[in-house]
Design a protein around this ligand. Sequence first.
Ligand code: ARG
Length: 253
Amino acid sequence: MKLLILAALVSVCAADKIVGGDEAAKDQFPFIVHLDSKTVQAFCDGSIIDEYWIISAAHCYQSGNSNKAVAGDFYLQADDSSTDGSQNRLIEKFIKHGAYNSRTLENDIMLIRLVEPFTMGAFISPIALPTETPPAGTETDISGWGNTLSSGTNYPDELRFVTLPVLSRITCNKPSSYNGEVLESMLCIGDMSGGQDSCQGDSGGPVTLMNSNVLVGIVSWGYGCAQPNYPGIYTDVYHYVESGWITTTMNNN
Ligand code: ARG
């Protein structure tokens, strides 16, 4: 009897926080930025590659919004009590991957160039690009200001994160799971039993190797949030390092 009650309590708590999350320390993810706009509903995160460049997801930029979205700006959340404070930067341009497919979400990657550079410091600093695709079993940190509920909405004021392992594409493509929708250039990360995941509002934000600043994934999609058999799906950043898309795009713009 006691055990049953305990089990019920545990499952309620798990459902309470989709990110299964913890609040991040102020200097834990100095590379994450929040994408916001005064004119359009842009609701995503991104990561600092260098003072002029942010990496995010292509689906964060809705076609037709291009002109308006340029008038949007970035909000970088940093420790208010630090000398860095919070920096806001206007966007010069959004560069989506040319082969981004809004139906399959293949190539869900985008670079954003700023009008003025960010000033780097203890709470604002760049992410590093990966040197390989992380194999199944690799532990990662996923951070964001996205929804903390698997049903209903609650957007937290403070940055949150969850630590979850990379799963094999074979596992995630089982008929009982994504049934082939997880493509070669995507990573499946999470828990098959549900309870911990990224969610709406976390898109575009970073997946880093645990306790590091090495970017391996970008929050992209999933069926619901934190549902059993449906872990989060992420853009495999190394795929775009290897193809040269990231450096070529930065060098040519
Ligand atoms: N597409 C969502 C967004 O725009 C992110 C979804 C992540 N979903 C998940 N189950 N991990 O914010």
